[in-house]
Ligand binder design. Sequence first.
Ligand code: ADP
Ligand code: MG
Length: 381
Amino acid sequence: MPTFTDDHFPTLGILGGGQLGRMLALAAIPMGVHVRLLSPKPAGPMRDVGEAIVADWNDPDVLRDFAAPCDAVTVESEWAPADRLLDAMPEAVVWPRPETINLIRHKGTQKEALRDAGLPMPSFERCTTVEEAISAANQFGFPALLKQFEGSYDGYGNATVRSEEDIRAAWSDLAAEDGLLVEAFAPFVRELAVLIARRPDGDSVTYPVAFTLQEDHRCKRVEVPATVSDSVWRKAQEVAREAVEVVNGVGITAVELFEMADGNVLVNELAPRPHNTGHYSIEGCVTSQFENHVRAVLGLPLASPELRDPVAVMTNVLGMREGLARPEGWREALGVPGAAVHIYGKPDVRPERKLGHVTVTGRDRASVRARAERAAEYLKL
Ligand SMILES: Nc1ncnc2c1ncn2[C@@H]1O[C@H](COP(=O)(O)OP(=O)(O)O)[C@@H](O)[C@H]1O
Ligand SMILES: [Mg+2]
């Protein structure tokens, strides 16, 4: 299973040059792994880490040149052309497999695969016409959610509908040729996330259950461990492991979950890569999600996902304006005791764009949370 012979230190290729690629590279380099990143346009985050290549990543020649020196190639995004790479270079070692990535990136195929495997989920239906959507929503009851099959993130691509008129209005925005997903509203008490790092041979480790606070469909803060009952904790980790097996996730697979009032845990969706809800693990865990992703895709031993401190809190730093990034509040944020400040190096700021995050770890949850929030509030990039 090792994808390379032990006569050299490996080279890892990363398709994508955003913050996830940057943090993957930053985890790989200390272990002695050489990193190459490929992005279709100049990307700030990848600039300082590894061999950063900008070229048309749909071009088979570009993909072959990129992957030729790599012992394994991974993706930082489900939109990266892993399938094209394998078309261009069938002998390339690519994890996760394009079948996994393609299955996950279409919410219809992803959710059907999970439901067929018996995983607990909100009711949903793939609808190809607006009439089907109306009938599905009537069956589930209002409010319901309409979800774009592909390309959604941070809540862009979802609509909460309360009537047939809402469905008609949202349909043209969200429906693709194959329609969209209609899903029952899940009155969850909390949103949770569990990350699994899994190797090609199936060996895996499970991260602690994280509580994820969303505002406006966007992840604002993550606290670990989630303060849930032992039974919810166990269910969340079990459901996550099963979901990852179903899709044959390799590397990190993130599992977003809903904790229901009756103690059930439902799967919301998966991501075939390191995830925003796992950024806390850089300082919070013995081994970060990024390091275990690198280890997994190279077939190396996985390492402990355990927490180093009793509590870790991660707060996202989002853009608040349009323009060039500037280090406003950066010095002050760096002065907050225990605050680990991560800035992604994006040259341009847009409202709500993810520009960085802050993690604080420690013993006392309230103090840890307060310091993470304070440092993040200083950062007006
Ligand atoms: N069925 C649902 N019931 C209630 N809230 C939901 C449901 N589906 C999604 N949401 C809310 O919207 C957020 C974003 O939805 P999600 O399907 O995860 O889309 P995205 O691709 O943008 O992450 C979720 O984190 C949750 O807060
Ligand atoms: Mg989501």
